[in-house]
Design a protein around this ligand. Structure first.
Ligand code: CP
Ligand code: NVA
Length: 321
């Protein structure tokens, strides 16, 4: 990591006042610069010198679902930047009693500087953003988890020294985390191989868009049902839960459908010897990942979780400062 004196903070100024709903809306240059900024902010924060760029700013954080990392890292991140964050559970707001999200967006715009929202429906978050006059940041929807993907890239870059040309294998459910990871990796020119069981593939429109971005950055996105093929020679191996929040009634069926997609010692033997294992967390040991892998020497999951703090500060500072 660079010495503090060498760190010249470069906010991604083209993002000022913008939403972060999906990284499809950002340019590759913006994504690449956010990742660099995240590492810079990590360095200066660890030196106790995080600049108070968001003095007097207030972030509202609406949650329709559980969260450990997203809630706490956003609140701590706002504090480190000199601002404040307010936790708002949707059931306590009038949206929990049917007030339109469009009215909520207009009202909150009069009080807050930005909104972060974790919601069931991406469509609802888009409607909030269309009606709010302040930036809206997606803290996870059914389709995307962009803040997670930025922290993922930061973690890989800090440990591998570069991103372009690396191979990342995602094995598991073609879900929100997978979608944002594929888009983010395409923006930095990583080669992506996704292996899902049949019937659990990623959204094909998102894959096509990610493939276009990857092509422009000289990399490829491949899709398969074969986990060994995906993991072969990978620099990074990534998985997420087989049953996401809100899908609990499908969990027994998913345990059966995903049983050949566990990240275990046998599967990672096909990756490069110095592969990194990543997982957005929370994890289910002995389901999607063996304990020997997630608790083993190639696992970076806790550093990855910590990096949520710095990657989100990069977003907050660029959007709000
Ligand atoms: N990875 C992630 O978003 O974690 P939380 O659900 O705890 O916020
Ligand atoms: N795919 C998971 C991610 C949790 C951070 C979910 O949506 O529950």
């Amino acid at each position: 990591m660079k010495l503090l004196e060498e760190v010249q903070l470069k906010l991604v100024s083209s993002l000022k006042g913008k939403d972060l709903l999906t990284l499809l809306d950002y340019t590759s240059e913006e994504v690449q610069n956010l990742v660099k900024l995240a590492t810079q902010l990590k360095t200066i924060t660890k030196a106790g010198k995080c600049p108070k760029l968001l003095d007097g700013k207030m972030l509202g954080m609406i949650f329709e679902k559980h969260s450990t990392r997203t809630r706490i890292s956003f609140e701590v991140g706002m504090n480190q930047l000199g601002g404040k964050a307010m936790f708002l559970h949707s059931r306590d707001l009038q949206i929990g009693r049917g007030e339109p999200i469009s009215d909520t967006g207009k009202v909150l715009s009069g009080y807050l500087d930005a909104i972060m929202i974790r919601a069931n429906s991406h469509k609802m978050v888009k409607e909030l953003a269309e009606n709010a006059t302040i930036p809206v940041i997606n803290g996870l929807t059914d389709l995307y988890h962009p803040c997670q993907a930025l922290a993922d890239l930061e973690t890989i870059a800090e440990n591998k020294g570069n991103l372009k040309g690396l191979k990342i294998a995602y094995v598991g459910d073609g879900n929100n985390v997978a979608h944002s990871l594929v888009i983010a990796a395409a923006h930095v020119g990583m080669n992506v191989a996704i292996a899902t069981p049949s019937g659990y593939e990623c959204n094909s429109d998102i894959i096509v868009k990610a493939q276009e971005i990857a092509k422009a950055n000289g990399s490829t996105i491949t899709v398969t049902n074969n986990p060994v093929e995906a993991v072969a020679n990978a620099d990074v191996v990534y998985t997420d839960v087989w049953t996401s929040m809100g899908q609990e009634e499908e969990s027994a069926k998913r345990l059966v459908d995903f049983k050949d997609y566990q990240i275990n010692d046998k599967l990672v033997a096909h990756a490069k010897p110095d592969y990194m294992f990543l997982h957005c967390l929370p994890a289910h040991r002995e389901e999607e990942v063996a304990s020997s892998v997630i608790d083993g020497p190639n696992s970076f999951v806790f550093e990855q979780a910590e990096n949520r703090l710095h990657a989100q500060k990069a977003v907050l500072a660029s959007i709000l400062a």
